[in-house]
Design a protein around this ligand. Structure first.
Ligand code: ZN
Length: 371
């Protein structure tokens, strides 16, 4: 899935294949809820928690499947985030055509392989079936059987051709081989929303299934987001950071006092100030929030900018395609990006880009494009 692009509220728990794995805080609520509900069915709190941890182990492997295939196409994965409704592998970029098809397929295939391994294990141990299918659904079956069912469910569920599920990407990738990328996305998004509506209808038929209603909602919104994202992406095609950057802005030197920055803040619309040293090199970024917090401390106006600034601001090269800049911005939407380029023979700050001004750029590009 790739519904949410901002990963606030997620804790880093480790690194696999060099990719940070993070868990969203709401995931712990799911653990608690599952533990308590299996305690109430007499299975024990721990059994419920262990099952969920194993299940999400399978979800991580699914996402690593996407990441490993993406790496074969030269695309790195910035992070894998686990949400209660599934995982997200955040790729640096999503390639089109055959690459997208294989990357999308790799995740569900991992679940199929895991299911195969579980079956092999059950056969090898000659495990007798001593429970009814109802037990399986109600959670009364052994954990191995529950995991087998879960992996098969993950396999089939993800193949439903609806964004943001893998099946939606598979459909889009196949369509894009015949129609253009934008048209393929539009059709795939419509199909996804139709599935979401069917799903929602099924979920409200008594007994109402609130979890599935929630999933239907996410799929519907995710499909719309994907279509909107593709429209922005195609509007930005062929443009670079240089085309969208703000070129009129104030900078401040690292040794200057915060009092000076306060004057600049009052005198302009600008919220964040690039900190540039005497040689024109970017030393950091002074953000409005940090500035105001520092000014509120005793003697704040006399403190140097360099004590307060963010020393690792996001920077991009002036030649970077805007599509890539958009992805950078979406990962830290509240922070402007500093654009580095050549000017008068020296390399230094040439502009800055905020999500606001990139949004305006997209609107201008879309309205000036022939329909
Ligand atoms: Zn997937």
């Amino acid at each position: 899935m790739s519904a949410a692009r901002v990963s606030g509220g997620a804790f880093r728990v480790g690194t696999l294949l060099g990719i940070p794995i993070r868990i969203h805080f709401t995931f712990f609520l799911l653990l608690l809820w599952f533990g308590m509900s299996s305690a109430s069915t007499g299975e024990g709190f721990l059994t419920g928690v262990v099952f969920i941890l194993l299940l999400f182990g399978c979800v991580v492997l699914h996402e690593l499947g996407h990441a490993a295939m993406a790496r074969r196409f030269g695309v790195e994965t910035r992070e894998i985030v686990l949400y209660p409704i599934g995982g997200v592998a955040r790729l640096e970029r999503i390639p089109s055509g055959k690459a997208e098809l294989l990357i999308a397929l790799a995740g569900p295939l991992v679940n199929l392989v895991l299911a195969g391994m579980l079956v092999a294990w059950l056969v090898a141990r000659q495990v007798q079936v001593s429970f009814s299918p109802q037990d399986l659904l109600a959670g009364g079956a052994p954990v191995v059987w529950q995991l087998l069912t879960a992996n098969l469910t993950l396999f089939f569920f993800n193949l439903v051709p609806a964004f943001p599920m893998d099946g939606g990407r598979i459909l889009r990738a196949i369509l894009s081989m015949y129609a253009g990328q934008e048209k393929a996305t539009r059709i795939a998004a419509r199909v996804g929303q139709a599935f979401a509506l069917l799903f929602a209808l099924w979920a409200i038929v008594p007994p109402v299934k609130p979890v599935f209603l929630l999933i239907a909602f996410f799929v519907f919104v995710g499909a719309g987001q994907e279509a909107a994202y593709e429209r922005s992406r195609s509007a930005l095609a062929g443009l670079t950071a240089r085309n969208a950057m703000i070129t009129r802005y104030e900078t401040i030197a690292p040794q200057e006092a915060l009092g000076r920055a306060a004057e600049l803040l009052l005198a302009s619309h600008q919220q964040d100030f690039p900190v540039v040293d005497a040689w024109g090199r970017v030393a950091g970024l002074l953000q409005r929030g940090r500035l105001l917090a520092a000014l509120a401390t005793p003697g704040g106006r006399e403190r140097a900018v360099l004590e307060v600034m963010d020393r690792e601001p996001q920077t991009v090269s002036a030649d970077m395609p805007l599509e890539a800049v958009l992805r950078h911005l979406q990962s830290r939407p509240l922070q402007p990006i500093l654009v580095i380029g050549q000017e008068g023979g020296t390399t230094g700050l040439v502009g800055m880009i905020t999500l606001d001004n990139l949004g305006e750029m997209i609107q201008i590009a879309q309205s000036s494009k022939p329909a």
